[in-house]
Design a protein around this ligand. Structure first.
Ligand code: MG
Ligand code: ZN
Length: 219
């Protein structure tokens, strides 16, 4: 007899993701799941996004990390509501963890919720959280081959942020190959090239976020 535990886990997760989605939609929130490898710049992207869009959109954040509250402390300094989730070893967030965080956030006041997943390009692709969209962040130093190597997340994401483009000239990142692979895996994806640390290229991402949030009844 074969017992497919993973399939059962995923099924239970999809069910609680559906409950999160219902709750968030009822409150008029837009939720985005940020997924990348460790060090691709998720938290820096969030800080810079809050600085640029925070006056127009009320933002809330769920920070997922294996350990520490360091990222939540960085976000908290910007004055937005933030909850840190520590997975105690688990390599991805699941919908039940997010449900716990949602209980602690002032959902009435939030239009746009960012859920920063645990740094990992693999299993976060499989675990729905109840989000409206997945944002995958790939940084230039990781290499252009990552799209072909980890296709699931690039296939499911609505947006890919190609971050740290200020480092293009110092790496062998092949932009042409990156777009070729992306086009095969997900021709519908929107790509924003930027450097969250220099600010280059961030305007179109901020415009996209504003449009995305305007669809919600709270805007
Ligand atoms: Mg982080
Ligand atoms: Zn995992």
């Amino acid at each position: 007899m074969q017992i497919n535990i993973f399939a059962d886990i995923l099924k239970a997760n999809t069910e609680s993701a559906r409950e999160n989605r219902r709750l968030l939609a009822g409150k008029g929130l837009t939720a985005l799941n940020l997924i990348s490898s460790p060090g691709a710049g998720k938290t820096t992207l969030l800080e810079e996004t809050i600085k640029r869009a925070g006056a127009d959109i009320s933002i809330g954040v769920i920070e997922g990390d294996v350990q520490t509250a360091r990222d939540a402390e960085r976000i908290g300094k910007l004055g937005v509501p933030v909850i840190q989730l520590n997975t105690q070893g688990a390599c991805h967030l699941d919908a039940a963890m997010v449900a716990e965080a949602l209980k602690e956030l002032p959902l009435e006041k939030i239009q746009l919720l960012f859920i920063e997943n645990v740094g990992n390009l693999i299993c976060p692709a499989a675990f729905e959280l109840g989000e409206d969209g997945k944002i995958v962040i790939l940084s230039v130093p990781e290499g252009s081959d990552k799209v072909a190597k980890y296709p699931a997340i690039f296939e499911k994401a609505e947006v890919c942020i190609l971050n740290k483009i200020d480092l293009l000239e110092y790496t062998d990142f092949n932009r042409e190959k990156f777009y070729q692979d992306m086009n095969k895996i997900n021709p519908e994806i929107t790509v924003f090239e930027m450097s969250a640390s220099t600010g280059e290229g961030m305007e179109s991402w901020i415009c996209w976020l504003k449009r995305k949030t305007q669809d919600s009844p709270k805007a």
